[in-house]
Write a protein that binds this ligand. Structure first.
Ligand code: FES
Ligand code: FE2
Length: 374
């Protein structure tokens, strides 16, 4: 059964956009790293990337290189990419499969895949040295709906508590079983917050996305998460369209046979702090990982997920869904780039949000709260 409960808008009178410094100041970006990204559960992609023991990939979170891996016994782990001898970065290949151990290329300290130090040349000559005192520095890792999350904090809030509002919420979409059919990395010339704010409203859809606006009327639907770190809701897919695709037809099988009738005509869009945007459609799911590179530059990595049979069935057409969002995404990156340029003007001042921008306004409130405002 769905737990979906639409609620009314969270619009608060007087909400205005953020001051210019939030989009241009290096010190605010550094503060975001410390207060938000280094303390939250950052999504690092799909668990299926670590299908076999020894599989790993690297991720940068809050300026730290993190090795995300499945150890030889099958347990998921995350380690800071830092040798315990003299600190050298251990791993430079973006992804791969480790053997029994991971060896530092400087002086050959060697670690088991569970992080234990198992070899340290000549350290037996050092009085009191004990390998057990020098395991790799671990970061916390969690799995939710087939996605992996890493938290760098020494005492992280437990994932199940931090993400309690989302436990079971999307169960009807069968997310863990979906398979990636396409991946793309975008280089966006705008502050990362503009990517979140832009994703959070469709007031811009009729002007920026005529193709999308014809399928997903911007006044349709409602938000069901309206305050806090997780925000969003649904839009109606306008009949006779079956999905948000170039042709309007479904691109393959339903993501799950458990999807209730009502959700077979709806598309759901959520921003999940600090770095995940999640778009759920009846026949595919796409998601975005947002990573600030500079005050005015953001990496956005996106994958399209499908029912496994959609990827093997000759009758499906995943390009239909991929092209729809690739077109829409590029329109978005173009306009947020223009927003970045305008906001950088000395004459920019915060402007008023409309009721159709209640979600970006709520996102700003949560952002300021996480930055220590209240
Ligand atoms: S720094 Fe890694 S073995 Fe010396
Ligand atoms: Fe858009």
């Amino acid at each position: 059964m769905s737990t979906y409960r639409p609620t009314s808008t969270s619009y608060k009178e007087g909400a205005r956009t953020l001051p210019r410094d939030y989009y241009t100041s290096e010190s605010i970006l550094a503060e975001e790293r410390e207060r938000i990204f280094s303390r939250s559960w950052n999504c690092v992609g799909r668990a299926s990337r670590l299908a076999r023991p020894g599989d790993y990939f690297l991720r940068e979170i809050a300026g730290e290189s993190i090795i995300v891996l499945r150890d030889r016994s099958g347990t998921l782990r995350a380690f800071f990419n830092v040798c315990r001898h003299r600190g050298t970065r251990l791993c430079s290949e973006e992804s791969g499969r480790l053997g029994e151990t991971l060896q530092c290329s400087y002086h050959a300290w060697t670690y088991a895949t569970d992080g234990r130090l198992v070899g340290a040349p000549h350290m037996q000559d050092v009085p009191g040295f004990d390998k057990a005192d020098y395991p790799l520095h671990a970061a916390a890792i969690a799995e939710w709906e087939g996605f992996l999350f890493v938290n760098l904090a020494e005492q992280p809030a437990p994932f199940d508590r931090a993400w309690a509002a989302l436990q079971g919420r999307f169960a009807r979409f069968g997310l863990p079983a979906l398979v990636a059919g396409h991946r793309v990395v975008y280089d966006v010339r705008a502050n990362w917050k503009l990517v979140f704010q832009n994703y959070s409203e469709c007031l811009h859809c009729p002007t920026i996305h005529p193709k999308l606006a014809a399928v997903l009327p911007y006044q349709s639907g409602a938000n069901d998460l309206t305050e806090g770190p997780f925000l969003g809701g649904y839009m109606e897919i306008k009949s006779p369209n079956q999905s948000a695709t170039m042709s309007g037809r479904a691109c393959g099988h339903l993501v799950s046979g458990d999807l209730p009738d009502r959700d077979r005509h709806r598309a759901f869009y959520y921003t999940l702090m600090p770095n995940l945007l999640l778009s759920l459609h009846p026949d595919y799911v796409n998601y975005y990982l947002v990573r600030p590179l500079a005050v005015d530059r953001t990496e956005v990595e996106s994958e399209w997920l499908f029912h496994p049979e959609t990827l093997t069935d000759a009758g499906s057409n995943i390009r239909d869904a991929i092209e729809f969002w690739d077109l829409t995404n590029r329109q978005d990156w173009e306009i947020v780039g223009q927003a970045q340029l305008g906001i950088s003007s000395r004459r920019y001042t915060p402007g008023p949000y409309s009721p159709r921008e209640s979600v970006p306004a709520a996102w700003d409130r949560e952002y300021l709260r996480q930055m220590g405002g209240s």
